[in-house]
Design a protein around this ligand. Structure first.
Ligand SMILES: Cc1cc2nc3c(=O)[nH]c(=O)nc-3n(C[C@H](O)[C@H](O)[C@H](O)COP(=O)(O)O)c2cc1C
Length: 278
């Protein structure tokens, strides 16, 4: 029986969830969306999973285009797990719409609350010592439901979120691809190209041993948080700065912005395009 999980992850929350689910599914293969979807087709898969973060109340654009180009077995058990902090928005609807054009449908969908990953805009929250054990417990529960092939309807976008989507998210979506315009390296950069290799969007190229950001960014923060010398600095776009100030104020977050990534996911894990789980 062929079991495939496709994932997108910037700071490791989604990859950690994908690996945990794959470990409970005997012999599952994990594919990063950096692959060519035609070459890692799910045409003959019996179990197909999608695991990704929520960005701007939706799925990351790269993840969406990957699924649009993917061949799928419409009779497979298809599941999706979206990692998020507060509002999952329309992420499940977006993928379900793509699937339905391929005569396929979700059997299972769950949103998994995680530590906030956008440390270039606001500090990570809630505290890791509370969230990490919670994330592990929830992912194990999700895994056992998937192993049991449960049919669980995915969470829908609330009517309030639907009404507010365009006005609230529009300004962020408009500038998201150039989030990287404020990224630069200081003299701690050792030219190791970790940033280039962990970027899930393949947005970074190296020139004279320094990263160049090519403005098809999703603001995932992988380059910033996985830089081994903390050499990548940033100037956050104004709209995101305002969002960060707002979130920090209402949640009374500390000034200090720790460079969060999931502690069990290392840079070398994010560099892989294929992960085989024994
Ligand atoms: C650019 C960006 C946009 C985000 N947008 C949302 C959002 O709309 N709703 C939400 O609940 N979380 C949002 N988040 C938080 C992430 O979905 C969450 O931290 C996720 O677990 C990160 O997954 P990863 O570690 O696999 O990259 C956003 C994070 C980033 C970096």
């Amino acid at each position: 029986m062929k079991k495939i999980i496709y994932y997108y992850s910037g700071t490791g929350n989604s990859l950690r969830a994908a690996i945990t689910i794959a470990e409970s599914l005997d012999g599952a293969v994990l594919y990063s969306v950096r692959n060519d979807s035609q070459k890692v087709s799910a045409k003959d898969a019996d179990v197909i999973g999608f695991v990704c973060p929520v960005y701007e109340w939706d799925v990351p654009g790269v993840f969406k285009s990957f699924i649009e180009n993917l061949d799928i077995n419409p009779n497979a058990y298809i599941f999706m797990v979206a990692t998020y902090i507060a509002v999952h928005g329309r992420c499940f609807e977006t993928v379900e719409d793509i699937l339905s054009k391929k005569n396929a449908h979700f059997s299972y969908g769950r949103a998994l609350r995680c530590v906030a990953s956008q440390c270039t805009a606001y500090p990570p929250f809630p505290p890791e010592k509370i969230m990490l054990p919670y994330m592990e417990r929830q992912t194990k529960k999700i895994s056992s439901e998937i192993v049991a092939r449960k049919n669980i309807p995915y969470p829908h976008m609330s009517s309030l979120t639907r009404r507010r989507y365009q006005n609230t998210m529009g300004p962020y979506i408009a500038i998201e691809h150039e989030y990287d315009k404020g990224f630069y390296t200081d003299d701690r950069c050792i030219g190791c190209s970790t940033c280039e290799k962990v970027c899930p969007n393949q947005n970074i190229t190296m020139s004279e041993k320094r990263p160049v950001w090519n403005h098809h960014c999703h603001g995932c923060n992988a380059c910033v948080v996985y830089c081994p010398t903390k050499a990548i600095q940033f100037k956050t776009p104004k709209a995101y700065q305002e969002l960060g100030t707002f979130i920090s104020k209402i949640l009374r977050l500390p000034e200090k912005r720790k460079r969060y990534h999931h502690p069990l996911i290392k840079a070398c894990d994010l560099m892989k395009d294929i992960i085989h789980i024994e």
